[in-house]
Design a protein around this ligand. Structure first.
Ligand code: 13P
Length: 261
């Protein structure tokens, strides 16, 4: 089963509008020869529309980092599914560990968000991953299984326009402590098995599973060369055009030349 490689940049709470446009312009040119892999940029809400407009005549797609599970209403400070698609987002990241940790998003809420994204036809990058303590206690399989089962059960895979899973071990995010390619691939294989239990083996074989957690230009090729790693969700290294371009082009000989704007 060959799955198309996907490289997504999660800019988190970084970049003003002008900085976001500048980065998007640079990536549009540096990645314009890439047509065999998907590229998704996930800026903060305020830059969704400017970034979507910047890349609209390229193959780069845009995603939001979160959304509310209700369609509208008295939810001060929240952003609805329609608002993000109206701003040009095709994708949404759901369940990032920073949202689980700092904003108390639990599996029940994430199930609602996944159901809403499916109904509203928004493509999903759904994040899972264990903490360092959970890994030390030997609970990786248990944690990853419950993160998928408690959120995806009751949803049919065909309900989604597209469902991508991102395995992001919490201990590897922003720490420079990347999972080894073997550790990551093992987790991906486990996730694929759980997806087969929830859906079918055939569907599980089609679902892309990205790795996230300190992916950098120097470690991308090794990680992305693993059998069950279908791409990367990149944080810090997605904020610099040359680093993200190098990750996008991880195994090509092409010289990386960044146009200066
Ligand atoms: P880093 O690449 O900065 O470790 O962040 C990973 C991440 O959280 C992407 O969603």
């Amino acid at each position: 089963m060959s799955r198309r490689m996907m490289l997504a940049g999660n800019w988190k709470m970084n970049k003003t509008i002008s900085e976001a446009i500048n980065l998007a312009v640079r990536l549009k040119y540096s990645c314009n020869s890439v047509n065999d892999r998907d590229i998704v940029l996930c800026p903060p809400y305020t830059s969704l529309k400017p970034v979507a407009e910047t890349v609209k005549d390229s193959s780069i797609e845009v995603g939001a980092q979160n959304m509310h599970h209700q369609l509208s209403g008295p939810y001060t400070g929240e952003v609805s599914p329609e608002m993000i698609t109206d701003a040009g987002a095709d994708w949404v990241i759901i369940g990032h560990s920073e949202r689980r940790q700092h904003f108390s998003e639990d599996n029940q809420l994430l199930h609602e968000k996944l159901a809403t994204a499916a109904r509203e036809e928004i493509k999903v990058i759904f994040c899972v991953g264990e903490t360092e303590q959970q890994r030390d206690e030997g609970k990786v399989a248990e944690v990853l299984t419950s993160q998928l089962k408690e959120t995806l059960s009751g949803l049919d895979h065909p309900d989604f326009v597209e469902l991508v899973i991102a395995y992001e071990p919490v201990w590897a995010i922003g720490t420079g402590n990347t999972a080894t390619p073997e550790q990551a691939n093992q987790a991906h294989q486990l996730l694929r098995q759980v997806l087969a239990d929830i859906f079918t083996a055939e569907i599980a074989g089609q679902i892309r599973i990205l790795y996230g957690g300190s992916v950098k230009p120097h470690n991308a090729a090794q990680l992305l060369g693993q059998s069950d790693i279908d791409g990367a969700l990149v944080g810090g290294a997605s904020l610099a055009a040359d680093d993200f371009t190098a990750i996008v082009k991880f195994d090509t000989e092409e010289n990386i030349s960044i146009v200066d704007f």
